[in-house]
Design a protein around this ligand. Sequence first.
Ligand code: AMP
Length: 536
Amino acid sequence: MKGLMMDYQLTIPTIMRRAESLFSHKEIVTRLPDKRIHRYTYKDFSLRVKRLATALTELGVEKGDRIATLSWNHHQHLEAYFAVPSIGAVVHPLNIRLNHDDLSYIVNHAEDKVLVVDQVLLPLFEKFRSSVNSSRVIVIPQTNEAIPDGYLNYEQVVDSGDASKFKPFEEDEYAAAFMCYTSGTTGKPKGVLYSHRSVVLHAMAFMFSCGDVGVNERDVLLPVVPMFHACAWGLPYTCTFTGATQVFPGPYLDADNLISLFEKERVTITAGVPTVMLGLLNRLDADPVNHDLALHTMILGGSAMPRHLVKAFDERYGIRVLHSWGMTEMSPLGATSVTTSKLSNEDKETQYDYAIKQGLPVPFVETRGRDDSGELIPRNGIAMGELEVRGPWIISSYYKDQSREKFTDDGWFKTGDIVTIDHDGFIEIKDRSKDVIKSGGEWISSLALENALMGHPAVLEAAVIAIPDEKWIERPFAYVVLREGQSVTSRELIEFLSGMFAKFWLPDECEFIDAIPRTSVGKFLKSALRERHAKR
Ligand code: AMP
């Protein structure tokens, strides 16, 4: 017997409809490239989304067409996030930090029909324009200069639309809505295609998985995470759903500009990778009394989180750092470091120990670990294995790619993250499978060593890699960046670690460098460190 509930398709226009009808007065704020602040309401926003949507249809955009964006975080980018899927097309943000060869590969692989480009990013676009086949380019005007010939002006496109002709896409919640390419460090980027349903369910899950209270209408959220990195972690959709005020930093992601925007706009939640938050902490610490922040939560993800960061933000600024784990292939949210009732009875230090774990899977995400021999690992917090996941916003196959090596026979996705899972279900990532250090047959967690090193007062950042060893096959080796004006020797650092780890875990050496090389989304680029070490 079938249930008797309505056939209500979970498509992206339903998110906007809610904001329009309930939160029309709430604001969306942007720091523009010329530093002026632009603000408008959800009412203005939805009118412009409808105009853009109908204008795109007039320009020949059809269902299933891919529309790429090459943009910073701002309100027009948010408009594209909604207008494109609202006509059944697919919005495809491009990572502006990739080199032009990768960008042209991605645009051609996705067969993007239209490109929406920030005027301030035209110099980047010009580098690969001749190698892409997109038929139209729409430029978002941002400076006093005229839009060059051959391009459409975004504002004129919006003005040409007729909101009364807007017909929201509601046919099929399984239709493609959003596309992202992975930012892997090996091989070509791969396309991940989200559906309306996966975006809507993911947006809902983030609403109640953000810390202990979730994202509320009362919140003011500023995503530092770029809108091209896994859909800004889905936060623009979550915020629109809840009616939270959204604040976009435009191209200004340095600590001073962010802090001034936090203060002026009374931002309560921000989200970004640990490097950005480390920069914020250093800036705040340089002048701890003269800040007036309303921040209560920082969502950190993308890479492992240093313990001292959680502790410092909590103790010195009363800000809860919420560790979140995910992947582009998972829309991206998979787990958050929530405080369970059991944990809330523990002392602060134990709570910090748990805060740096990747946490409990969010609702609808199922997890399990599998060891080298193909057996599922026990949930004892000790056994290590590759994390496998399944759920409604997790990839079932890559775009235009038949390979199945990332999927198990029973359809789970293999994350490539090596984890332990404890009896309460808390996941802790020990390594990426390609970065693991296996010494004398035993796994050594580079993440645990890095975290411990970053707890030393002289150390700003540390990355640990596996180096070849005749006797043990592999040994850990640490690259360390010191804080300004600090000094410490390799031997002292190894001694510092020796109180915390078994002897065979200790790196043979620490080498001091000026900066850790990073990927386009701010993760440690360990392949570059391995190459560097090979040349020693
Ligand atoms: P991406 O698809 O670029 O978001 O990269 C996903 C990968 O980043 C994951 O498989 C993890 O290896 C890593 N990652 C993401 N979040 C975290 C986190 N909170 N802690 C440790 N690693 C993370």
